[in-house]
Design a protein around this ligand. Structure first.
Ligand code: PBG
Length: 332
């Protein structure tokens, strides 16, 4: 055949392919999510094989392991005991609570590791919502933000480097920025869950924290989070959210979940010059683990291909429960 263009020329050998490779993964792209609890034993999480609920003492060792693998950021989620949960989730701003304790311990033992937090009420809410639910079953926006600001401040005081509002209340990024600045935490960054969809992929995470919305005899509780998290059918709306977060002072924009929303990552990359993060969520992790356990897919190849797809679509950072495994595989 008389072909001028033969794209296969550049695929002939590993060295040629490496010369023209457009994207690469490195361990410092990853943010490693970790669950913490008050108990004294390391508890496996049923739907997330390989992920654990860590006591603070053991958390330190796991974070050291991540550091040695080249990971430079962890995000902490608390499993809060039932008796500390309330309608307003006030435990979220207890200075001696689990998360502030975990942050200060980590910053003492490993000061260089970047520590990110989650700002939302759900782990602390007896109703299982990210905001305060009123007697009519409405998730209150402005009242919730008051508690989120207090939560972010307590986290900053404990030494958090990045606070991550995951609640999807309107105006929370600006309010948290102001609260941090007023108290001398202008150096603490905000990684905003900008386009967070109302997704079924969060199921295993809610099992890990026992934080799913739950019914209550005294008032109606919305069964899902669709009055504040985004409709999976919407893409343009993600741009509006990104513009608002940017105006309100977000430092990093996040898209969540990741894999089913690569188009949203791509769109935000076109719209904004800020770093973009992708959250490879618990349900995505569980699916890979389940298929790999059955021998139906090759875990290492599937995970690395998936993580690379986030980079290719425009993400700079990737939150993933596979972070340590992937960092290890990248070294091999
Ligand atoms: C809570 C929060 C959720 C996740 C991160 N922060 C769950 C939710 O919104 O219900 C999900 C993470 C995952 O599934 O891995 N605000």
């Amino acid at each position: 055949m008389d072909l001028t263009y033969r794209p296969r020329r550049l695929r002939r050998s590993p060295s040629l392919r490496s010369l023209v490779r457009e994207h690469a993964l490195t361990p410092c792209d990853f943010i490693y999510p970790l669950f913490v609890h008050e108990g004294i034993e390391i508890q496996p999480i049923g739907a997330m094989p390989g992920a654990m609920r860590w006591p603070i003492d053991d958390l330190v060792g796991e974070v050291e392991r991540a550091w040695k693998l080249g990971i430079r950021c962890v995000v902490l989620f608390p499993k809060v005991s039932e008796e500390l949960k309330s309608e307003e989730g006030t435990e979220c701003f207890n200075e001696n609570g689990l998360i502030p304790k975990a942050i200060s311990r980590l910053k003492k033992e490993l000061p260089e590791m970047t520590v990110m937090t989650d700002v939302a009420l759900d782990p602390y809410s007896c109703d299982g919502h990210d905001g305060i639910v009123n007697s009519e079953g409405i998730v209150l926006n402005d009242e919730t933000i008051e508690n989120l600001c207090k939560q972010a401040l307590v986290q900053a005081q404990a030494g958090a480097d990045l606070v991550g509002p995951s609640d999807m209340m309107d105006g929370r990024v600006g309010a948290i920025r102001e609260a941090l600045d007023e108290d001398g935490f202008e150096h603490v960054g905000i990684i905003s869950y900008t386009a967070k969809y109302s997704s079924a992929y969060y199921g295993p995470f809610r099992e890990a924290l026992d934080s799913a919305p739950r019914s209550n005899t005294s008032k109606p509780i919305p069964k899902d989070k669709s009055t504040y998290q985004m409709d999976p059918a919407n893409a343009r709306e993600a741009i509006t959210e990104a513009q608002l977060d940017e105006q309100e002072g977000a430092d990093i924009l996040m898209v969540k979940p990741g894999l089913a929303y690569l188009d949203i990552i791509y769109r935000l990359r076109q719209e904004s010059e800020l770093p973009i993060a992708a959250y490879n969520v618990s349900g995505e992790y569980a699916m890979v683990k389940a298929a790999a356990e059955r021998g139906w897919i090759d875990e290492k190849s599937v995970v690395l291909e998936t993580l690379l797809s986030f980079k290719r679509s425009g993400a700079d950072l990737i939150l993933s429960y596979h972070a340590c495994d992937a960092a290890q595989w990248l070294k091999e």
